[in-house]
Design a protein around this ligand. Structure first.
Ligand SMILES: Nc1nc2c(ncn2[C@@H]2O[C@H](COP(=O)(O)OP(=O)(O)OP(=O)(O)O)[C@@H](O)[C@H]2O)c(=O)[nH]1
Ligand SMILES: [Mg+2]
Length: 514
């Protein structure tokens, strides 16, 4: 699907040739289960058994009582807030990936190697339609904090190589953020557009965000970029106007006008997000009333979260993809555990070790749903060479969400993609090895999930004696999970094995005293 044509050329004496990520993997097989999840359809605009936790752009129908309604004109207002210029050039791009390799000092990355940082950067580029890396240059630097990032000698050689590479159309400088003057000077020196990680990731987020909430969050994360662009534009604007700094009659300078517009935009986005968040809260309360256990599936981007949920639920509407940040909308999908206990799986946005700060913050809000789940499943791609680093990134991001400690302590680890690691066996007792793609290990995982959910939600299995004439049996079918009914011969009664929550059990006793 994605061709990586990374022509890695020797550049500098100490530069290192790096290769891209493994070749794209096979498409997922058809889901193994095709259970009709009729019970959950009323909430499922995204397909059988699925629910989007944030109203989508093409506003799905909400069941009665779930939608508190938008104020008139809110959607048009939001579209206005989302109007913006393209961040990156359109069409096919042949990218030169330049990685500043900090070998010394405080800026030296811990726990990772340049090789893997480059592989991840190349994967980001491949996530953009029509983009490919054609040249990868790893350039040592002792002074990444300097305006031009590299020392003089290295910069000169880099400039020569880039100017001599006629086939490249832009440069991706693998730095989190590049100051506006740095961008300007490098573009002047290299004669080509230069982008940083923030811009690339932001563009991917823009392209993959579907719901109104996700799109607004991306718009919020973009504001720092607009602010830094503002400074250089204004200086230019002022110069062009020969220093006439004030807009006719308004008493405001150009800078003040644009700053005010940005502040208004930010306030508008925050207001719209707050409105959508209230809606999400309402949906959450509805789910809580139905007392369905909720499992949040989290993990590093591309580790297989969506594939796993699809394998567990048979939800064909889901679309796992071999690209970073395929999922940007939090969605909910229903499935059943071995004892026929229904469960809701929440698919979440993936983590990235060096996710630019603003982006992480704006997406933290989406992840607030994780705090309201009964269990967290941490999916790991154990075939990835940096699997330990990915685990550390995810755990540190989860710590930042201030989740209840009981939720963190009970977290279940799923070691995915074991089909790519022959003979793999997980270390640690709370880990289950699976191949979500091939469907291996799913029964063991479901059993583990069930045990953990029963523990976390205070549910237990009991056998209750009920009369066959009364309403007890239908009540149990409605409010608990009936497993088996054993009719007691000659007694007009039955012994019913059920999984029931503590609260439902109390209500049963009150309604039907012995
Ligand atoms: N070989 C193999 N590939 C897998 C397995 N699970 C998922 N994949 C592949 O990994 C890629 C990413 O899968 P997704 O399910 O989209 O991953 P994700 O974690 O949801 O990714 P994001 O939404 O981008 O964070 C897809 O190409 C899947 O087919 C597995 O068990 N084995
Ligand atoms: Mg996904």
């Amino acid at each position: 699907m994605w061709a990586l044509r990374a022509a890695v050329r020797p550049l500098l004496p100490r530069s290192r040739a790096c290769r891209g990520l493994p070749t794209p993997r096979a498409a997922p097989p058809q889901p193994r289960h095709s259970r009709a999840l009729a019970a959950f359809r009323p909430w499922g605009p995204g397909g059988p058994g699925s629910e989007r936790w944030g109203p989508r752009t093409e506003a799905p129908k909400s069941p009665a009582g779930e939608d508190e309604g938008d104020p008139e004109g809110a959607e048009e207002e939001e579209e206005e807030l989302l109007r913006r210029d393209p961040l990156l050039p359109s069409g096919t791009q042949r990218v030169c990936l330049v990685h500043p390799d900090v070998k010394w000092g405080a800026g030296k990355p811990q726990l990772t190697r340049a090789e893997w940082q480059v592989a991840e950067a190349a994967a980001l580029v491949r996530s953009l339609d029509g983009w490919s890396v054609v040249l990868t240059l790893v350039v040592p630097t002792k002074t990444p904090e300097r305006k031009l990032i590299f020392g003089r000698g290295n910069l000169e050689r880099l400039t020569e190589t880039i100017r001599g590479a006629a086939d490249i159309t832009c440069v991706f400088l693998n730095l989190e953020r590049m100051a506006a003057p740095t961008k300007k000077e490098l573009e002047a020196a290299w004669g080509i557009q230069v982008f940083d990680r923030f811009t690339i990731v932001l563009h991917i987020f823009r392209a993959h965000a579907r719901t109104r909430e996700a799109r607004l969050q991306v718009a919020l994360a973009e504001l720092p970029l607009l602010r830094s662009g503002l400074k250089s534009d204004i200086t230019q604007w002022d110069r062009q106007r020969g220093g006439s700094r004030y807009i006719l009659g308004s008493g405001e300078s150009a800078r003040q006008v644009q700053q005010r517009e940005l502040r208004e935009k930010e306030a508008g986005i925050r207001k719209a997000l707050e409105r959508l968040r209230r809606k999400r809260q309402l949906l959450r309360q509805q789910r809580a009333r139905r007392e369905l256990p909720v499992v949040s599936v989290v993990g590093y981007t591309n580790c297989g979260k969506t594939t796993l949920i699809q394998a567990l639920t048979g939800d064909q509407a889901m679309q796992p993809q071999d690209r970073l940040f395929a999922t940007l909308d939090v969605t909910v999908h229903a499935g059943w555990l071995p004892s026929r206990l229904p469960v809701l799986y929440v698919d979440t946005v993936g983590f990235l070790s060096q996710l630019p700060h603003g982006l992480l913050e704006s997406f933290t809000a989406t992840l607030e749903d994780v705090a309201h789940s009964d269990l967290i499943v941490h999916v790991r791609d154990v075939s990835h060479p940096e699997t330990e680093l990915q685990k550390a990134s995810v755990l540190s991001a989860l710590q930042g969400l201030h989740l209840p400690s009981s939720l963190l302590d009970s977290m279940l680890e799923v070691h995915n993609k074991v089909d790519l690691v022959p003979g793999y066996s997980p270390s640690g007792p709370s880990a289950v090895a699976v191949s979500a793609l091939l469907g291996h290990g799913l029964e063991e995982l479901k059993a583990g999930l069930e045990a953990a959910i029963l523990r976390a939600t205070g549910r237990h299995m009991v056998t209750l004696r009920v009369g066959l004439q009364g309403a007890q049996l239908s009540w149990l079918h409605r409010e608990a999970t009936v497993q088996q009914v054993h009719v007691v011969p000659g007694a007009q009664a039955a012994d019913v094995d059920v999984i029931i929550s503590d609260s439902a059990h109390r209500r049963f006793r009150k309604l039907f005293p012995e």
